[in-house]
Design a protein around this ligand. Structure first.
Ligand SMILES: NC(=O)C1=CN([C@@H]2O[C@H](COP(=O)(O)OP(=O)(O)OC[C@H]3O[C@@H](n4cnc5c(N)ncnc54)[C@H](OP(=O)(O)O)[C@@H]3O)[C@@H](O)[C@H]2O)C=CC1
Ligand SMILES: O=C(O)[C@@H]1CCC=N1
Length: 265
């Protein structure tokens, strides 16, 4: 059985581990997480019963598949610290924005199997969306294995590497915009008299249902919008105000900045 390692046991690693363990793609005993933070280590150990260490090299040495789940700013140092124990047995999975396959390979300074991904936090509830691409050393069989693992916490799809920065914007970071939208919708409902907890539930369920309609009906989002807008009704007036306030362009401009920052990391 393959051993799975995580360098960094923060938000994203925790989310990924949850799906992997729940779907039996690895047993807790076959997973090791390294993190300098004791609180971080304790959290995943208590939650999942996996092995933990404060030494990245130990985790890297034991793992066959190794996820680099630290912030992009730490990538260079982390790779420098583990590269001596990385062999052709290892499959490295990256999850950081901006870090290209070529850049990661250069940091290792030798041929290394690398799969570059961009997951998102809905992985925590099994509804992640992960984009995946690989370098030339990864075989199709290894890619299939990685897709099984990445698919255990949501959807995983192979994309050309040139789309990765757009992916950061459309699915990596986008849960944050949606949470802002849900919070704003709930604020309005509270202002209309609804208790706050109930307002979050109504707003979130409406967002989830709308997303499901896009995914399951195959209809254009504009057609689905038109189905909600009755003539002289309530919705079209709300849409009018959103357009007047630049809702669409605010979303697009925010996402373009997100993409630019990703490219610059
Ligand atoms: N959160 C998200 O929505 C998404 C994040 N990502 C990417 O995933 C990666 C991890 O992000 P996220 O989980 O949110 O970040 P977190 O800060 O939650 O987790 C990172 C963990 O790594 C630890 N750490 C710091 N330095 C080292 C080191 N040298 N060796 C080992 N561990 C270290 C941190 O400890 P300490 O806290 O003590 O510094 C922390 O526990 C980033 O590259 C991010 O861009 C990708 C998609 C979505
Ligand atoms: O904000 C970030 O940089 C990371 C990448 C995608 C989501 N969170």
């Amino acid at each position: 059985m393959m051993k799975l390692g995580f360098i960094g046991t923060g938000n994203m690693a925790t989310a990924m581990m949850g799906g992997i363990l729940a779907n039996g793609l690895a047993k807790a005993d076959e997973v090791i997480g390294a993190d300098p933070s004791e609180a971080g280590r304790n959290r995943v150990q208590e939650k999942y019963g996996i092995h933990v260490t404060d030494d990245n090299k130990t985790a890297a040495g034991q793992a066959d598949i190794l996820v680099l789940s630290v912030k992009p700013q730490f990538y260079a140092d982390v790779i420098e610290g583990i590269k001596d124990v990385i062999t052709d047995r290892h499959l490295i999975i990256t999850i950081a924005p901006g870090k290209t396959l070529a850049w990661v390979e250069e940091q290792f300074g030798k041929p290394v199997k690398i799969i570059r991904t961009m997951p998102n936090t809905p992985a925590m509830v099994g509804e992640g969306m992960t984009a995946v691409c690989k370098n030339k050393y990864v075989t199709e069989e290894e890619m299939e294995e990685a897709l099984k693992i990445l698919g255990s916490f949501g959807k995983a799809e192979v994309i050309p590497e040139c789309l990765m920065d757009a992916v950061v914007s459309v699915s990596g970071s986008s849960p944050a915009y949606v949470f802002v939208l849900i919070e704003a919708m709930a604020d309005a409902a509270v202002s209309g008299g609804m208790p706050r907890a109930q307002a979050y539930k109504f707003a979130a369920q409406a967002v989830m249902g709308s997303a499901k309609m896009v995914l399951e009906t195959g209809k254009h989002p504009a057609e689905l919008k038109d189905m909600v807008c009755s003539p002289a009704g309530t919705t079209i007036e709300a849409v009018r105000v959103l357009e007047e306030r630049g809702f669409r362009s605010a979303v697009i401009e925010a996402m373009k900045i997100c993409e630019e920052i990703s490219k610059s990391l």
